[in-house]
Design a protein around this ligand. Structure first.
Ligand code: FES
Ligand code: MG
Length: 576
């Protein structure tokens, strides 16, 4: 193991020379009330905090940053808290996804431009995990990811409520006229009861589990509920550990390797992961120089049983129960035979060593391999003439009768157009109809919105239907469920074949064969292709304009092309 000494510290470039610039840096540290001994020759740790009053999932992060700082000091480092763009899932419009890459850029540049030797990345709400990690991978200094932790279980009138999933369920019942105003208000007040991320196995819990399985969190950190005292202790431990990681020069490329990305994908499949995981995992792997593809994920999906009985893929439990059942370490212990346990982690030890002693305390929550929730992993990747570059479906979360399906398409070009029709009780629609929304991808949405769980038309709800086959180039929330084909690539807005589909065309899904096709002959498709006109760009200035120029398609992870590893040489480290 490399052991750094004080003069090798990156921060020494700012604080060691005897020159006018250093005088400036040091006098400004003194302006903060620190003596030179407080920061000289010590690892300077950036605590990148995505706290914001509009990021309700990170409401506890101001206090947690103090816990991290305490740990950094205990280990002989110097911690500085840096506010980072807080990409919150609840309020950000048009979509939080549009700003993931902005957080990634900010993270990379903030680290590179400042005297930081290592970083603790504080995130959790969906896009903050990939945003922070993408940027920090490119910056290359030692990192630990500190997950916000899930919020407590929801509760209303003695009933347990799960983030997202129960909102959709109760909303359908409200639309069907089965829920009073008072009940609706009760659900509203009971579904999010504490700081922390959504407590279903949605995107947040999936992405923090992925970070944990990649080896970039302290072992099992992702499962600790946000308001548990153990979360404070974990935060302080992150502070202590990152200081040693700096001395050990334990940089992210030593941890985020091809086998580590594979471990993360296997764990994601075993948790019943959010479909969003696919996009973020591919982006993160590519930044780390690992060529992880949709086909790799489909392959791992076929081999990995879903053993986590947490909603929405599981029936009964939530993240709090998952923690009490042993949490992610217990889950990983259960599937240890499918993992590469030699992978190095932030502890400086291997994944296998981190898993020693992990136990399952409730095998209905974390199932044995012999009794999975679903025999395969949670995601499947489709290809066909509707999605030549791939599309994603979550079979475990949909009614199995749709695994083989043929039906006529009902196509909507925009969300408002679709919204107008879904409540029309006279809409011509049958249970076989395949509802399609296009222009909802990375560019078309814009920002790849979570519209993919298209609402079931009222005309069908009234007939008692609660699921139907739906297709879009959008994403869907990790807490959503249903027979929804998502992430159709290339998206229709840039001329993907979904743009050529017409209402009445027959669409065929064959899940076993992993195919999604429109049964329209090639000549007819060529005619439609010739008549297709590219829509005008949605933005003429600003971030949206820049985003549209550079965002890649879903199958490539929606990173900005110029941020991808290998796009060009990375800027030299600042040294004067
Ligand atoms: Fe933040 Fe769901 S809204 S994790
Ligand atoms: Mg979400």
């Amino acid at each position: 193991m490399t052991q750094k000494i004080a003069k090798d510290l990156r921060s020494a470039r700012w604080f060691a020379p005897d020159d006018l610039r250093t005088f400036g840096h040091k006098s400004r540290m003194m302006q903060l009330g620190y003596a030179e001994d407080d920061f000289r020759d010590k690892p300077v740790i950036g605590i990148l905090n995505t706290w914001s009053e509009l990021n309700t999932c990170h409401a506890h992060f101001r206090e947690r940053a103090q816990d991290v700082k305490r740990g950094v000091l205990q280990a002989g480092g110097f911690g500085v808290e840096l506010p980072s763009l807080s990409v919150d899932e609840s309020f950000t419009k048009p979509t939080s996804m549009m700003y993931r890459n902005m957080l990634a850029m900010e993270t990379e540049e903030m680290i590179r431009s400042h005297p930081l030797d290592g970083v603790v990345l504080m995130g959790g709400c969906d896009k903050t995990t990939p945003g922070l990690v993408l940027g920090a991978i490119s910056a290359g200094v030692p990192l630990i990811y500190l997950p916000a932790g899930p919020m407590l279980r929801g509760n209303y009138a003695g009933r347990i409520l799960g983030s997202g999933s129960d909102a959709w369920k109760y909303w359908d019942e409200r639309r069907a006229g089965n829920i009073s105003d008072a009940e609706w208000l009760g659900v509203q007040g009971g579904i999010a009861r504490s700081a922390g991320t959504c407590m279903t196995m949605g995107t947040a819990s999936t992405m923090t589990a992925i970070a944990d399985a990649m080896g970039i969190t302290l072992p099992g950190a992702s499962s600790i509920p946000a308001v548990d005292a153990g979360h404070q202790r974990m935060s302080a431990a992150c502070g202590r550990r990152i200081v040693d990681m700096v001395w050990e020069d334990l940089t992210p490329e030593k941890i985020i390797t091809a086998p580590a990305c594979r471990n993360a994908a296997v764990v994601a499949m075993a948790t019943g992961c959010s479909t969003n995981a696919v996009v973020h995992l591919i982006a993160m792997a590519r930044r780390a120089g690992v060529d992880l593809t949709l086909d790799d994920l489909d392959d791992l999906g076929r081999k990995t049983p879903l053993i986590t009985n947490v909603r929405p893929s599981g029936q009964d439990y939530l993240m709090e129960d998952f923690y009490y059942a042993g949490g992610l370490r217990a889950l990983m212990k259960q599937i240890e035979s499918m993992l590469d346990t030699n992978c190095l982690t932030v502890t400086g030890r291997s994944m296998g060593e981190n898993l020693q002693g992990a136990e399952v305390y409730n095998d209905d929550v974390i199932r044995p391999l012999s009794n999975p929730v679903y025999k395969e992993g949670s995601l499947a990747v489709l290809r066909g003439n509707l999605c030549p570059d791939g599309a994603v479906i979550k079979p475990a979360a949909c009614d199995p009768k749709f695994y083989q399906h043929q039906g006529p398409a009902l196509v909507f070009d925009s969300y408002p157009e679709m919204k107008e029709s879904v409540d029309d009780e006279n809409l011509t629609i049958t249970p076989d109809t395949v509802m399609v929304l296009r222009n909802a991808g990375p560019q078309g949405g814009p920002g790849f919105p979570e519209w993919g769980m298209l609402p079931i038309p009222k005309a069908l709800i009234n007939q008692g239907q609660r699921d139907m086959l739906r297709i879009s180039d959008a994403r869907m929330s990790g807490t959503s469920y249903g027979a929804c084909v998502l992430h159709v690539a290339p998206e229709s807005y840039v001329g993907g074949p979904l743009a050529l589909l017409q209402t009445g065309d027959i669409v065929q899904l064959d899940l076993d064969a992993r195919r999604l096709d429109m049964l329209v002959d090639d000549d007819e498709l060529a005619r439609r292709r010739a008549a297709w006109q590219a829509p005008k760009g949605r933005y003429e200035r600003g971030y949206g304009y820049f985003y549209a120029k550079h965002v890649t398609q879903a199958d490539k992870g929606c990173d900005f092309d110029f941020l991808e590893t290998g796009f060009g040489r990375t800027a030299d480290e600042p040294d004067i």
